[in-house]
Write a new protein. Structure first.
Length: 391
């Protein structure tokens, strides 16, 4: 009996929205080195800080949803030196942010991800405490789906000569429903922000939410536009699951704005002076405090909580036109990555194909490959001093 020849498996590379596409846009060469020879990436390139915040918030939501605890009192945060070999302290409650954080640290460490230094770890716990006790208090009652996995397949434009003609796009987001939003108290900062920005919300809608362990970018920053693309792409992915109602908007939560540090205030002052930030102080008193502030001065009590909330919550309307534009932009990013993969395969060289395009010094500071990068943002490449000329 004649047997039919088995068709070869068709490759459909998978791309994570934040771990791959946004990481590539930050720096193409760092993205390639971080992912070794596994192309497309088999592990995300997100910084430890962002993944830690996401993990802590998901674990906190589960405890709250199970009725383990509530927000009648602030959740404690007893951060200790983390050691995977130590015995957990049974006297600390399960909703202690230190206990939650250590579990997330262990999970990330098992994936080979650790904070760069002690200062980063301390800052992460400080932001996690703010995220749970401020953001969680108002956000958790609105959540319909927590950490909802999203995925969908799209065609790669002009795919001739590439290894695949389509790709899988993946992401994870929280989902809010119109029912819970409309039933929450009017002074809820997320409801206020939605109603302030989206003045014509439909009767029924969903909202996708993502946390950012960063400050609110200024409008001239690439991260500002990329944040919009991320929300719109999440909306496309969520709508593909054919929910009862469609996504009307997305919310990006910039955790750093609720507990700002030196870099966050510097970014804010630059945005105000250059006219590139969309959220300005409302009072002359607050503007004066910002004008007088210098690096090293107090940041925790500098801004009013009302202003911090306005900067922390960014609402992005999700219109069909915006969703179509964002997904097309990401199609082009995937095509760029796949073209570089093909070029590397032909040339056998990484350095001649993948180029550093980073314009953000903080990204370079976090890069393991900066010592031999040919072009670093804000850095002067060390060189051997020239020999003195002969007299």
């Amino acid at each position: 009996m004649a047997l039919e020849t088995r068709n070869p498996a068709k490759l459909v590379p998978s791309y994570s929205l934040t771990g791959d596409l946004l990481s590539y846009l930050r720096c193409g060469l760092q993205y390639r080195y971080q992912n070794g020879s596994a192309l497309p990436p088999s592990r995300p390139v997100q910084l430890w800080f962002g993944e830690f915040i996401h993990g802590v918030m998901e674990a906190a939501y589960r405890l709250w949803a199970d009725g383990t605890t509530d927000f009648s009192k602030p959740w404690p945060c007893s951060m200790t030196e983390w050691d995977s070999r130590k015995t957990p302290d049974p006297t600390r409650p399960v909703h202690d942010i230190g206990v939650i954080g250590e579990k997330i640290e262990m999970s990330l460490a098992n994936q080979g991800k650790r904070p760069r230094n002690r200062d980063v770890r301390t800052a992460a716990y400080r932001r996690a405490e703010v995220a749970i006790n401020l953001v969680g208090k108002y956000l958790f009652p609105l959540v319909t789906l927590a950490e909802e996995p999203l995925r969908g397949a799209r065609l790669i434009p002009n795919a001739t000569g590439l290894r695949a003609d389509r790709y899988e796009l993946t992401g994870v987001a929280d989902v809010l429903s119109h029912i819970k939003v409309n039933e929450c108290p009017p002074n809820n900062p997320f409801r206020e922000a939605l109603q302030r920005v989206c003045t014509a919300l439909p009767d029924q809608y969903e909202v996708v939410v993502d946390y950012k362990g960063a400050h609110r970018p200024n409008e001239d920053s690439a991260y500002w536009q990329q944040g919009e693309w991320q929300v719109h792409t999440y909306a496309w992915l969520r709508n593909r699951k054919d929910p009862p109602v469609k996504v009307a908007a997305g919310i990006l939560i910039y955790i750093n704005e609720l507990s700002p540090g030196n870099d966050d205030i510097i970014n804010l002052k630059r945005g105000i002076s250059e006219g590139t930030t969309d959220e300005l102080p409302k009072t002359a008193e607050e503007r004066g405090r910002l004008d007088r502030w210098r690096p090293g001065m107090d940041t925790e009590n500098l801004l009013s909580m009302e202003y911090r909330w306005r900067r922390a919550v960014r609402v992005v309307p999700a219109t069909p036109e915006a969703i179509a534009h964002a997904t097309t932009e990401f199609d082009d990013v995937v095509r760029s990555i796949e073209s570089l993969i093909a070029d590397e395969g032909r040339s056998g060289s990484i350095g001649s194909v993948w180029r550093p395009n980073c314009e953000d010094k903080s990204t370079c500071d976090a890069c393991d490959f900066r010592t031999f990068c040919p072009q670093q943002a804000g850095w002067t490449i060390p060189r051997v001093p020239a020999a003195p000329e002969a007299p």
